[in-house]
Design a protein. Structure first.
Length: 220
């Protein structure tokens, strides 16, 4: 595979994953080592993989293979704005310990996702998304202090066991919720050193579910 192709492929990585080859590999279903080899020009992507890049991200395959842009598509894998969802990063920490008061809800930044990634990888079909930071250790080994979680704030009904944000009298918390009989909720920490408790139907108004956690990002 030519160095020119490798250079164009790297441009796709830059525009879809800010140049992070490991993240691009995760988004597109390949190993990081394979993506590194393509970017270095020592490996050739399969036609099935190229078709996947077109179907999911509308990468201009004509441009990628030949360097000539197709008039009907975007160069270098750029997606149209209508295909992007921007999730705000709030200046709020959800405690994974014993509770954290919400002091401010200013937006620090935005993170862009393609609708195809949200749908195919996370099962999300809404624009009602937000990033929140995690504080504490009660959800280890699932969530760690400093993790950033993507929350689908349209999913406030707990239909099955999962990770949710819930607002308690101690503040915003990230916990595992499980529906019980009589519309009660079991609130559980993944760290067994922390206690569990039950929120009854009569207490729901004071303990509203904020949304379901659908994805986690952390530094390595």
């Amino acid at each position: 595979m030519s160095n020119a192709f490798a250079h164009r492929f790297q441009r796709v990585v830059e525009q879809l994953a800010q140049g992070n080859r490991r993240e691009f590999a995760a988004q597109t279903g390949k190993s990081a080592s394979h993506i590194y080899k393509i970017c270095r020009g020592v490996s050739r992507p399969s036609m099935a993989y190229l078709q996947h890049l077109y179907d999911e991200f509308r990468v201009d395959l004509n441009w990628l293979l030949t360097g000539e842009q197709s008039s009907a598509s975007q160069p270098a894998g750029v997606v149209q704005d209508k295909e992007l969802v921007y999730a705000p990063m709030f200046d709020v920490q959800a405690s994974a310990g014993m509770g954290a008061e919400v002091q401010a809800e200013d937006i620090n930044d935005y993170f862009a996702f393609t609708r195809s990634f949200l749908s195919s990888q996370l099962g999300v079909s809404t624009d009602s998304l937000a990033f929140i930071s995690i504080r504490g250790e009660s959800m280890e080994p699932t969530l760690f202090d400093g993790d950033r979680v993507l929350v689908d704030i349209s999913r406030r009904m707990v239909s099955g066991e999962g990770l949710y944000l819930i607002h308690t009298e101690d503040g915003l918390m990230a916990k595992r919720l499980r529906p019980l009989r009589d519309n009660a909720l079991q609130i559980t920490s993944d760290n067994p050193a922390y206690p569990s408790w039950v929120v009854h139907a009569s207490q729901m108004e004071e303990n509203p579910v904020v949304g379901r956690i659908v994805w986690c990002a952390r530094s390595v």
